[in-house]
Design a protein around this ligand. Structure first.
Ligand SMILES: [Zn+2]
Length: 607
């Protein structure tokens, strides 16, 4: 079949630039009631570091690199089609197209990510971003599904990619309130409900490729190459379905998400009673389904879904490092890899998995598990930021950089790793230096989620869940870690405060200061409570930083992570290619610079 017959070409008007961001519907308020009205978002600038003594805002810098990197992946000669692959082989760098993953998977992710990143760094959508939207929308075809590029053999609707299309469309609707886009989104939701196999109160997708019918049944163990069911590959569409339901209250999205979750949780046997499973944490949808389950449980008032997600979270957490190295494959042993891949077992960390874990931790923390804010902050401060390459010189020689076009260098700097070891990047088991575009979309999404949920205004009280240096409509926040255990919060209006005390604050060392006057540090659960203070008050939490070494073993290789407070300041081994945490090691002041008394402790994890 000619591909063009599959695609409804979109020659419609350019999408509106107006209201560059409306409600994204991602927070606790959205979970509770849905958000409908657009809200104004003040451009976030890199002004969090207001005094020379405050640290540079690492998150804003990462977000800026991510924005420029994703835009650099777009190909103006091909209608702003994204390049899925970044090839770093041979001390060079080039962007490559991929007919299967470019347009729907990376297109959807990039639309989602660019809107989110501009919430952090400010600014309106560029022409390139607007052109990408039109390019992406042109891939919607029969039944509202999104079809890939290439010749007749590959122009199919991949069942995983539909979930990334849903992500992009949902964030786009939240941002623009464009009625045409919302109509397209609902068309896709209804198309997915139509192609799902349904029985009683549950539904599933049996295969990867759809074109006028299922072209395979590869998600069932009967036809899977490795004889494993992989329903979560496609069913994680439940995640964006629940985001859209939270945004707009569209009942068919809730209904389909519920049917997919019931099949996955109650009918597949893929996750046992302890939350254990065997498969890819991201690509096989285990974390994605758990994220959807939390939202579904909240939306329907059924805590069993939230508890199921919590058990799964704790299983992945138990197999992750405390700094956020999250395994891609989990529960699959060496004989599995030898039999099906003819390769030794080597676990690596995909940024997509880190992003899923952060998303899940945030939702669970907001649902009565505040201890998980520690995970959010440790993961975000460490593996999430370190998984971004940061600069072309991090992976290429100075000579090579002279040969690589500036745009490709930008793509490298903003890219997130797909195969990280706990101490370095570029660790694909086959030693090829390919970086997959999915991770660059996911890394940006994770930055945005942490950014949005770090602060929460609950009535008259501003909660600071994550000590992240930032400025915004609610407050200016400056974390001085790892140099010192100090968190400064300057609210922009009169408010009470709750400042979360991280687990790495030495016991009995926490003090509270308001405008440099010490106050009683009254505790409210895991937070220090502050009665209402006037706007522009400087409220400071000061504490000693615990220093310790974490021992983490994966692939029979042990990494020592040297912690100061919530930051890893060095790892051993410290070797490449692309070693991580090295800039932190080089920039650390002597231990005495931390206010804290060194309190050595050791934590050992061995997945
Ligand atoms: Zn990825």
């Amino acid at each position: 079949m000619n591909k063009k017959s599959l695609i409804m070409r979109c020659d419609g008007p350019r999408l509106s630039r107006r209201a560059f961001l409306g409600a994204l519907g991602l927070g606790g308020a959205a979970l509770a009631g849905g958000l409908r009205a657009p809200r104004t978002v003040v451009a976030q600038t890199a002004s969090a570091a207001a005094s020379p003594s405050e640290p540079p805002p690492a998150f804003q810098a990462a977000a800026r690199r991510a924005l420029e990197g994703l835009l650099a992946r777009l190909d103006p000669a091909a209608g702003h089609r994204p390049h899925f692959l970044l090839d770093l082989n041979g001390d060079s760098a080039r962007l490559l197209h991929d007919d299967y993953w470019d347009s729907v998977d990376l297109g959807g992710r990039t639309i989602d990510a660019l809107i989110r990143l501009r919430r952090i760094v400010g600014g309106a959508a560029s022409d390139a971003e607007l052109n990408l939207r039109n390019f992406f929308l042109a891939h919607q075809g029969s039944l509202g599904l999104f079809y890939g590029d290439g010749g007749d053999a590959t122009a199919v609707a991949d069942s995983f990619c539909q979930s990334r299309a849903l992500l992009g469309l949902t964030t786009l609707v939240a941002s623009t309130r464009d009625a045409e886009v919302e109509t397209r989104l609902q068309w896709l939701v209804n198309g997915l409900a139509q192609i799902a196999v349904s029985n009683e109160d549950y539904s599933f997708f049996p295969g990867r490729a759809y074109r006028d019918g299922w072209l395979d049944y590869g998600l069932t163990k009967e036809e899977a190459y490795d004889h494993l069911d992989s329903y979560g590959y496609a069913s994680q569409a439940a995640l964006p379905l629940m985001e859209y339901f939270a945004l707009a209250g569209y009942r068919p999205a809730l209904d389909l998400a519920g049917r997919l979750l019931r099949h996955f949780i109650y009918h597949t046997g893929l996750v046992d009673a302890d939350g254990h499973f065997a498969g890819e944490t991201h690509a096989a949808g285990y974390l994605g389904m758990a994220i959807a389950a939390v939202r579904y449980g909240v939306a329907t008032g059924d805590p069993t879904y939230v508890d199921w997600a919590d058990r799964l979270y704790r299983w992945v957490q138990a197999n992750s490092s405390q700094f956020g190295w999250v395994p891609g494959p989990l529960g699959l042993d060496a004989p599995y890899f030898a039999r099906w891949y003819n390769a030794p077992l080597r676990r690596t960390c995909e940024t997509c998995s880190v992003a899923d874990m952060l998303n899940l931790a945030i939702l669970l923390a907001a649902q009565g598990r505040p201890d998980y804010w520690d995970d959010v902050e440790r993961f975000a401060r460490n593996q999430l930021l370190q998984n971004q390459f940061g600069s072309a010189t991090a992976v290429l020689s100075a000579e090579a950089c002279k040969r690589v076009p500036p745009g490709v260098q930008q793509a490298v700097a903003g890219a997130w790793e797909s195969f990280a070891l706990p101490y370095r990047l570029l660790a694909r088991p086959d030693n090829q230096r390919y970086v997959e575009g999915c991770c660059s979309g996911s890394g940006a999404r994770a930055l945005s989620l942490v950014w949005e949920h770090a602060l929460e205004q609950r009535g008259p009280v501003l909660y600071v869940h994550v000590g992240l240096s930032r400025d915004g409509p609610l407050a200016r926040v400056a974390s001085h870690e790892p140099a010192a255990g100090r968190l400064d919060v300057v609210p922009h209006s009169a408010t009470g405060l709750r400042l979360r005390v991280p687990s790495w604050a030495a016991p009995d060392s926490v003090t509270l200061w308001v405008n440099d006057t010490q106050r009683d540090a009254r505790r409210d659960g895991g937070y220090v409570a502050v009665d209402e203070v006037p706007a522009s008050s400087r409220v400071s939490l000061r504490y000693d930083l615990v220093e310790r070494t974490e021992t983490f073993t994966v692939n029979d290789e042990t990494t020592l992570a040297h912690w100061r407070g919530g930051s890893v300041i060095a790892v051993d081994p410290d070797v490449g290619p692309a070693p991580i945490f090295r800039t932190r090691r080089d920039s650390q002041p002597p231990a005495a610079a931390s206010r804290g008394t060194a309190r050595p402790a050791s934590v050992t994890r061995a997945p």
